[in-house]
Design a protein around this ligand. Structure first.
Ligand code: NAD
Ligand code: MG
Length: 357
């Protein structure tokens, strides 16, 4: 209900972006989708990239005008910062901030840097958030089909009195008002995004899969069978839950599976796990996680690199690689084919669709 009201407001706000110049900084997962959707909605768009950027040819092939980040920022009224979060503070300081004029708009698709203070935005510009709840390729695909993907919208700083209308208009032209807009704050978007990816979507999921796999293998079962049971079938279950919620999923598995769900699920994720979740949330909210991640990035990612290597060495990986090679549809994905689920990445394909949100 509230969503519908906001979508209607977004439609009314749409004309505020007419005649305004929008710079899209970065042409990766989100950048490519924002640039093309806004351009196709009739907006005046320019893409800002580093000299020599590998994305330049793709942006030009899509018929977009490309310039250096500084030139695009100078030209624009609205600057959308759509490069990796770890690269944003420096690019903002060096190539964007010097070119902002009072009343301009700085737009983000994730609140991380502003919320945790890694970017201290110019006090004379509006600072807003439009965070589509999908990877860029899906945002683009749905727009092209005449649909949209839902987005979170927020205003951090409103110097013009028009920040909210500009935010809603941007989301509208991105196609997201067709699917629903949800108003939030930089704090809520950032903290829930980090929590979701750490406790549930990425961290929770990978640890759950590995622990289940290891338990079966340690008990003497074949690793290949353990892989099918603990990882491969995950997609089927997740798709059912995505489509119909947990009840929809339970209605589609056997009664035996459903009974086992009730009996055993709460033992796996018991009080100890909930306590860990609360601690994780505390570390996100206090900024402790952000400081650790920023510190690691600024020092060449020693911790991140070590985690990655350890993850890649887990015995589940070669087992899975061997099995996936025998499944024609997965082998095609591994070669870089479309995955058919909104651009979800495969480990073998270096997809632009990274990020959990
Ligand atoms: P990405 O990794 O796909 O961005 C790559 C682009 O950034 C390329 O064009 C590259 O040339 C450019 N780039 C990289 N380093 C640069 C630098 N130092 N200077 C200039 N340009 C540089 O990024 P993404 O995943 O689209 O994320 C962009 C923003 O969107 C982030 O704030 C992210 O949190 C947010 N977001 C991402 C998703 C997603 O699904 N990927 C979803 C919602 C929000
Ligand atoms: Mg996310």
């Amino acid at each position: 209900m509230e969503r519908d009201t906001i979508s209607a407001e977004a439609e009314q706000a749409a004309p505020v972006l007419e005649g305004r110049r929008i710079a899209i900084v970065g042409y990766g997962s989100q950048g490519a989708a924002h640039a093309q959707n806004l351009r196709d909605s009739g907006m005046e768009v320019r893409v800002g990239l580093r000299p020599g950027s590998a994305s330049r040819a793709r942006a030009e092939a899509a018929g977009l005008e490309v310039s250096d980040v500084a030139d695009a920022a100078e030209w624009a009224d609205i600057v959308a910062v759509l490069i990796p979060d770890t690269a944003q503070p420096r690019v903002y300081r060096e190539s964007i901030a010097p070119h902002l004029r009072p009343g301009n708009t700085l737009l983000f698709a994730h609140g991380f840097n502003v919320h945790f203070g890694a970017i201290d935005p110019d006090p004379e510009v509006d600072v807003v958030l439009v965070a589509p709840k999908s990877p860029g390729p899906m945002l683009r695909r749905e727009y092209a089909l005449g649909n949209g993907v839902p987005a979170l919208v927020a205003v951090h700083q409103d110097v013009t009195g028009d920040a909210r209308r500009k935010t809603l208009a941007y989301a509208y032209h991105l196609g997201s008002a067709r699917a629903g807009l949800l108003e939030t704050t930089f704090a809520e978007e950032t903290e829930t995004d980090l929590f979701g990816e750490q406790a549930v979507l990425c961290g929770g999921l990978t640890s759950l899969i590995q622990a289940g796999f290891e338990t079966l293998v340690e008990a003497g079962y074949q690793p290949e069978v353990a892989y099918f049971e603990c990882l491969h079938e995950m997609k089927l279950i997740v798709d059912l839950a995505y489509q119909g919620g947990l009840s929809g999923m339970r209605a589609n598995v056997s009664d035996t599976a459903e009974f086992g769900d009730y009996v055993s699920g709460p033992r796996v994720i018991g009080e100890e796990s909930r306590k860990a979740m609360r601690e994780i949330l505390d570390e996100i909210r206090s900024g402790a996680f952000a400081r650790r991640w920023i510190h690691d990035s600024e020092n060449g990612n020693p911790e991140f690199s070590r985690f990655r290597e350890e993850g890649a060495r887990h015995i589940l990986e070669p087992v899975g690689l061997g099995l996936r090679r025998q499944m024609a549809w997965l082998a095609a994905d591994a070669a870089g084919g479309a995955s058919g689920n909104g651009g979800a990445p495969t480990p073998e394909a270096t997809s632009a669709a990274k990020g959990a949100s």
